[in-house]
Write a protein that binds this ligand. Structure first.
Ligand code: NAP
Length: 330
């Protein structure tokens, strides 16, 4: 790319989008941050970026947001919603609206990077099964189905759209509120485990993930490809142990029987009636937790993009714990 191209980052105020915006600025790109009028800008307010306000739910303003951009990193999405239709309208139809606006407004667009999710591919079929990009996606949650629907919509536009798709596994790091719950339990001395079966998951530290996204944005080889974005594989028990080590805590293992899950799902549903956003432990999340494992392969990203994580699991968890404590989240 020529010097200082303009990159549009959607969802720029979110967990991933804010880290990506910082990385792109440090690499010398000009960045246009797309946010909503209601977005909390705490993490990006101070950055030297262009601001653009739009909501992918209605097309208003999207054409102007997309004008003159060399590349787009589409991070905006719903990761929790009350019903399947809401996921679909934002994550699939909203993505289509954005892609169409980019094609209309920026004929010179060089890259459209779609941040999808491992959830689009679905879980491992067995506790040890590691999915790769060649496997036919079999999403099980509303969220995963909406991301897979978005991928298919974008693929259908790929003759006009310079598309790259990255499907991150579970992401943790500073500013993330979902993994914060794990850290908070461990801080209280609790190591909560579900059932007797060892479940494993792929993970990536947010600072590694944004480096991978930058590689996908810049690499010629990436055009038209899909990559899983993951760095480590560990069991929930190993992750809790890493957090306990980082926090300097001894924990007591409490093993919840699997039959508790439907009860928790019911309680979460009732709780959800009284909150504006579905709680972290909602029935869809419980469906995630019931799967044998969530493993995916980092091999294609390593071979084609030269992606190697810079952080080992413990260092990444330590940095995250440090940030949570420094910022009063723990
Ligand atoms: N975190 C993970 O573990 C993980 C794993 C795999 C994939 N991903 C993907 O990574 C991306 C970023 O996720 P995240 O964890 O950073 O989530 P996040 O912190 O919740 O950020 C989501 C962003 O999307 C924006 N957004 C939501 N609805 C929108 C709409 N209708 N129009 C415009 N913007 C909208 C949000 O804006 P507001 O602040 O205004 O709501 C926010 O900026 C998503 O595409 C997600 O699917 C995340």
């Amino acid at each position: 790319m020529s010097s200082s191209p303009l990159v549009l980052v959607t969802g720029a105020n979110g967990f991933l989008g804010s880290h990506l915006t910082e990385l792109l600025l440090s690499k010398g790109y000009r960045v246009r941050c797309m946010v909503r009028r209601t977005s909390d800008l705490t993490h990006i307010r101070h950055l030297p970026v262009e601001w653009a306000f739009a909501d992918v739910l209605d097309g208003r303003g999207l054409y102007r947001v997309c004008e003159e951009v060399a590349a787009v990193c589409h991070c905006a999405a719903l990761t929790r919603a009350r019903d399947e239709e809401t996921f679909y309208r934002v994550n699939a139809e909203g993505t289509e609206r954005l892609a169409q606006a980019c094609l209309d407004a920026s004929p010179g667009l060089q890259r459209f990077l779609f941040v999808s999710s491992q959830a689009a591919a679905g879980p491992s079929r067995t506790p040890e099964d590691v999915k790769d990009e060649g496997d036919e996606p079999q999403p099980i949650t509303w969220y995963g189905k909406s991301k897979w629907a978005a991928e298919k919509i974008l693929r259908a536009m790929a003759d006009r759209l310079p598309l790259v798709i990255v499907r991150p596994s579970a992401v943790f790091g500073p500013r993330d509120r979902d993994f914060l719950a794990y850290f908070a339990w461990v801080q209280r001395g609790l190591n909560l485990q579900l059932g007797k079966q060892v479940r494993r998951l792929s993970l990536i530290y947010v600072r590694d993930l944004v480096r991978l996204l930058a590689l996908a944005l810049e690499s010629e080889a990436a055009l038209g490809q899909t990559y899983f974005g993951c760095a480590y594989e560990c069991s929930y028990a190993e992750f809790s142990a890493a957090v306990a080590h980082a926090l300097g805590k001894r924990t007591r293992c409490i093993r919840l029987p699997e039959w508790v899950l439907p009860l928790l799902a019911f309680e979460a549903r009732v709780q959800g009636w009284f909150t504006s956003r579905p709680p972290l432990l909602n029935p869809q999340r419980i469906l995630d937790l019931q799967q044998p494992s969530w493993l995916c392969s980092a091999e294609r990203a390593r071979q084609e993009l030269g992606f190697v994580p810079e952080y080992d699991l413990l260092t990444a968890v330590q940095e995250t714990a440090h940030w949570y404590r420094e910022n009063g989240w723990l």
